[in-house]
Design a protein around this ligand. Structure first.
Ligand code: NAI
Length: 709
C-alpha cells in the first residue's frame, strides 16, 4: 500500500501504491501505513530527507468517501480522527529534516494536503494532472490543513477562490499560483527531488509560519485582508444565498485561522470540518454528486448480457443548434461523424460550430492546431443520405415536427445495416409515436441532449414501448463513449426532465397570476438554490415555445388536458402583449442591448400585485416542493425507475440545487412523512398539483425513505 525504502545517500522514499485501487486514496488503512512510514523516516537518524510520491499515474486523489462517511457517523470520533491526521501532517512539518512532495500526477483534496505539509512541492510537468482542493464541491472543506496552509502560503485572496470554487488546475497553473514550487520534466522528478533534499532542503525545512515574526499575508487584521474578507463574504452570500454551510465554514476557517498560530488554526479547521460531515447538505451532495453520478457514469442500469458496442461512425441529422453540438461531442470522442442537413450550407455551418469551439480551445492552449484539424477531419458535412452507410448509430435533431422526423427516419434507415440504432433528440414528442416511422422500432430510442451540448453533461435516454434491452444497452455505451452521463427513463410526455423542470416555471407563472410580486418570485427561486428565477427561465426557454407546446398538448390530449394557472399569463404575454421571451429582447424582463436585464416595469399593470404578500419561505417551499412531488409521480408512473437517476437528472439537467441532493433526496431531507403532510397543506391552499401520490403516502405510513440512512 505504501512502499518504503532508503537509498545509499540517506534519502527515504515513501511511495503511495495502492494495488487494489485505480487511484491512491486516503482511508483508514492507507493512512495507517503512511503514518508508520512517516514516523520511521523521522525517527531514523540515517535518513537525511524524505521523498513522498506515488507509484501510480496519479499522486493521491483524496479521501475515500465511503470510509469518510462511515467514520463521520460518530462526530466525537470523527473529531479525534481529524486531530490525529492534523498531528501527523504537523509532525512532518516539524520533523527537523526535509520532506519533499514529488507530485507525479493528480493530487487532489487530501492528496494535495499531503503536499502542503511537505517542505517543498515539485511537480512533474504533466498537463493531464490536476491539483487542487475540491472538497467544497461535495459540501465539505479541506480538513487536513488545506484551509490553513494554502492561504498562509499563497495569500488569502488567491487561496479563497481556489477552495471555495473547488478549482483544479494543471501543474503549470499551480506553479503560477504558488501552489507548487517547481516544475520539472516527468523523468527528472525524483532526481530533482533528491537533489533538493540533499542541498537546499538541509537548511530549508522550517516552514515560514514556524519562523519568528511570520505574518499571514492578508489576514483579516491587515488593511488588505479586511478588504478581501468584506468583499469575499458579500460575494459568497450572493452566490450561495446561505444554502451551503460548508462555504460559510471555509470562510470562517480562513478568517479565524489566519488570526491565530497554525496549531490553533488547524484545530479550528478540524471542528468546522466535522460540522460539515454532519450536515444534510454534505450527505446530499456526496450521495448524488459523487456516488450516484459515478454509478450513472459506470452504466449501473445498463441491461446485462449485451456485449459492449464499440462506435466508430455515427450520423447526425439536422446540423442546427443541437445537431452541431452533438457532432462536436462525438468528434471530441474520436468518432467519425456524418453531419447531414437539407442544404450543404446548413451542414457546413453546423460543422463550423465545432471549428469555433476548437479555436477557443486552441487559444486557451487546451488543444493544438494539429489536433483541431484532425478532429475537424472526422466530421463530414453533407446532404447525401448515402454517406450514412456504415453508421452504427444515427441521431436525428431536425425540426420538432413529426412529419419531418418521420421522413428523415425512413431515408436514413434505408442506408443503414439492420443492426444500427436510430435515435431521436426530440424534446417533447413521445418516442413510441416517432418509432412508428421506423421499420425496426426495437432499434429506435430517444437520446435527449441538453443545450448547449458541449457544456451540458447529461443525456436523458428514453425507452419507447418497443425499444429493446439491447438497443438501450448500446445507446448507453454511446453516451459513455462521448463522456456524458446517462439517465434512463420511460416514454411519457415531457419524459422526466422537461416534465419536472416545467413545474418550476409553471409554479412561478401561476404565482404571478395570483398577485405575488415578480421580484419576490424571482428572488425566492434564487434563494431556493435554483440557478435563475422561474420568470427569467421562462424568458430563456421562450414564452412563445411554451405557449406552442401547450397548444399542441391540448390538441393531442383533448378532454384529458388539464389547464393550469400559468396559462392565462402565457396567453396574455404572447398573444396580447407580444412579449415572447429573451430572444426577442422582451418577456417578463427587458433585455437592453447595452445592459443587464430588468423586470419589465409594466408587469404590474397586467398582473396586479396583491397588497398582502406571502412569506418568502412559503414561496421557496412551493417552488421546490412542486418539483419533488412531480418527481414522485414520475416514480409512481415508472417514467423514471431509479431514484439515483432522478436526483442526478435534476441536478445536471436543470440545476436543481445540489445541496438538496436532487428532487428525491430533497424529500428524504425533509422526511417523507412531513413532506406528505406539507404537500397536503399546499394542495389545500393552492391546488391538487401538490397532492402527494399514493407512493409517497404509503412510504409515509410505513416510515420508509428513498435512501437508506
Ligand atoms: P434547429 O432549428 O437549430 O436545427 C434544426 C436543423 O434541422 C436545421 O439546421 C434544419 O435545417 C435541419 N433540418 C430540418 N429539416 C430537415 C430535413 N428534412 N433534413 C435534414 N435537415 C433538416 O433546432 P434545434 O434547436 O437544434 O432542435 C433540433 C431538435 O432537438 C428538435 O427536435 C428539438 O426539439 C430538439 N431539442 C432541442 C433543444 C434545444 O434546447 N434547442 C434541447 C433538446 C432537444
Amino acid at each position: 500500500m505504501i512502499d518504503y525504502s532508503i537509498d545509499g545517500d540517506g534519502i527515504a522514499a515513501i511511495v503511495w501504491n495502492m494495488a487494489d485501487r485505480p487511484m491512491n486514496v486516503m482511508n483508514g488503512d492507507s493512512l495507517a501505513a503512511f503514518r508508520e512510514a512517516v514516523y520511521k523516516a523521522i525517527q531514523d537518524k540515517a535518513v537525511k530527507g524524505v521523498i513522498v510520491t506515488s507509484a501510480k499515474n496519479d499522486f493521491v486523489a483524496g479521501a475515500d468517501l465511503v470510509n469518510l462517511l462511515k467514520e463521520s457517523l460518530d462526530a466525537a470520533k470523527a473529531l479525534q480522527n481529524s486531530f490525529a491526521l492534523q498531528k501527523l501532517f504537523r509532525d512532518i512539518e516539524k520533523a527537523g529534516k526535509p520532506f519533499v512532495a514529488a507530485i507525479n500526477g493528480t493530487a487532489l483534496g487530501g492528496g494535495y494536503e499531503i503536499c502542503l505539509a511537505c517542505h517543498r512541492r515539485i511537480a512533474a510537468d504533466n498537463p493531464k494532472a490536476l491539483i487542487g482542493l475540491p472538497e467544497a464541491s461535495i459540501g465539505l472543506l479541506p480538513g487536513a490543513g488545506g484551509t490553513q496552509r494554502l492561504p498562509r502560503m499563497i495569500g488569502v485572496s488567491k487561496a479563497l477562490p481556489m477552495i471555495l470554487e473547488s478549482k483544479k488546475v494543471d501543474p503549470k497553473a499551480a506553479l503560477a499560483l504558488g501552489m507548487v514550487d517547481e516544475l520539472v520534466a516527468p523523468g527528472e522528478l525524483l532526481i530533482r527531488a533528491k537533489a533538493w533534499l540533499l542541498n537546499e532542503g538541509q537548511t530549508g525545512h522550517v516552514k515560514p509560519w514556524d519562523q519568528k515574526g511570520f505574518r499571514v499575508p492578508e489576514a483579516a487584521n491587515t488593511p488588505k485582508g479586511a478588504q478581501v474578507f468584506t468583499a469575499g463574504n458579500g460575494m459568497l452570500r450572493a452566490k450561495t444565498m446561505g444554502n451551503y454551510p460548508n462555504a460559510q465554514y471555509i470562510m470562517s476557517c480562513v478568517y479565524e485561522g489566519m488570526l491565530v498560530d497554525i496549531d490553533t488554526g488547524l484545530k479550528i479547521e478540524s471542528r468546522y470540518f466535522v460540522a460539515c460531515t454532519q450536515s444534510k447538505e454534505a450527505r446530499n451532495m456526496i450521495r448524488s454528486l459523487f456516488f450516484s453520478i459515478g454509478e450513472a457514469n459506470k452504466l449501473a442500469n445498463r441491461p446485462k448480457n449485451v456485449p459492449t458496442q464499440a462506435y466508430t461512425k455515427v450520423g447526425v441529422l439536422g446540423a442546427g443548434m443541437m445537431g452541431a453540438g452533438i457532432a462536436y461531442a462525438a468528434s471530441s470522442a474520436g468518432l467519425n461523424v456524418v453531419l447531414l442537413d437539407s442544404t450543404q450550407e446548413a451542414a457546413e455551418k453546423g460543422k463550423a460550430y465545432t471549428a469555433g469551439l476548437l479555436d477557443k480551445r486552441v487559444k486557451a492552449k487546451k488543444t493544438s492546431e494539429a489536433d483541431k484539424e484532425k478532429q475537424l477531419g472526422l466530421i463530414k458535412a453533407t446532404t447525401s443520405y448515402d454517406d450514412l452507410k456504415g453508421c452504427d448509430l444515427v441521431i436525428e435533431a431536425v425540426f420538432e415536427d413529426r412529419a419531418i422526423k418521420a421522413e428523415v427516419t425512413k431515408k436514413a434507415e434505408a442506408q443503414l445495416e439492420p443492426t444500427a440504432i436510430f435515435a431521436s433528440n426530440t424534446s417533447t414528442l413521445p418516442i413510441t409515436g416517432l418509432a412508428e416511422a421506423s421499420s425496426r422500432p426495437a432499434n429506435f430510442i430517444g437520446l435527449h441532449f441538453f443545450s448547449p451540448v458541449d457544456k451540458m453533461p447529461l443525456v436523458e435516454i428514453i425507452r419507447g414501448k418497443q425499444t429493446s434491452d439491447e438497443t438501450l444497452a448500446r445507446a448507453m455505451d454511446f453516451v459513455k463513449k462521448i463522456r456524458k452521463t446517462p439517465i434512463v427513463v420511460n416514454d411519457s410526455r415531457g419524459f422526466y426532465t422537461s416534465r419536472v423542470f416545467a413545474t418550476y416555471v409553471t409554479e412561478g407563472l401561476t404565482m404571478l397570476a395570483e398577485g405575488v410580486a415578480p421580484a419576490v418570485i424571482e428572488n425566492a427561486g434564487k434563494m431556493a438554490g435554483m440557478p435563475v428565477g422561474p420568470l427569467a427561465l421562462a424568458d430563456e426557454v421562450s414564452l412563445e415555445l411554451m405557449h406552442r407546446v401547450r397548444s399542441q398538448t391540448r390538441k393531442d390530449l383533448g378532454d384529458a388536458y388539464k389547464s393550469d394557472g400559468s396559462e392565462p399569463v402565457l396567453q396574455a404575454m404572447v398573444e396580447k402583449l407580444g412579449r415572447i421571451g429573451k430572444k426577442a429582447g422582451k418577456g417578463f424582463y427587458d433585455y437592453p442591448a447595452d445592459g443587464r436585464k430588468k423586470l419589465w416595469a409594466d408587469l404590474g399593470k397586467h398582473f396586479p400585485v396583491k397588497a398582502e404578500q406571502p412569506d418568502v419561505q412559503d414561496v421557496i417551499k412551493r417552488l421546490v416542493y412542486i418539483q419533488s412531488v412531480e418527481t414522485a409521480r414520475c416514480l409512481e408512473e415508472k417514467v423514471i425507475i431509479d431514484v439515483r437517476d432522478a436526483d442526478v437528472g435534476s441536478i445536471m439537467g436543470w440545476g436543481f440545487p445540489p445541496f438538496r441532493g436532487g428532487t428525491v433526496s430533497n424529500i428524504d431531507s425533509v422526511g417523507v412523512k412531513p413532506f406528505v403532510a406539507e404537500c397536503d397543506q399546499l394542495a389545500q391552499k393552492f391546488g391538487a398539483r401538490f397532492t402527494p401520490p399514493r407512493l409517497l403516502r404509503d412510504m409515509a405510513d410505513q416510515g420508509k425513505s428513498f435512501y437508506a440512512a
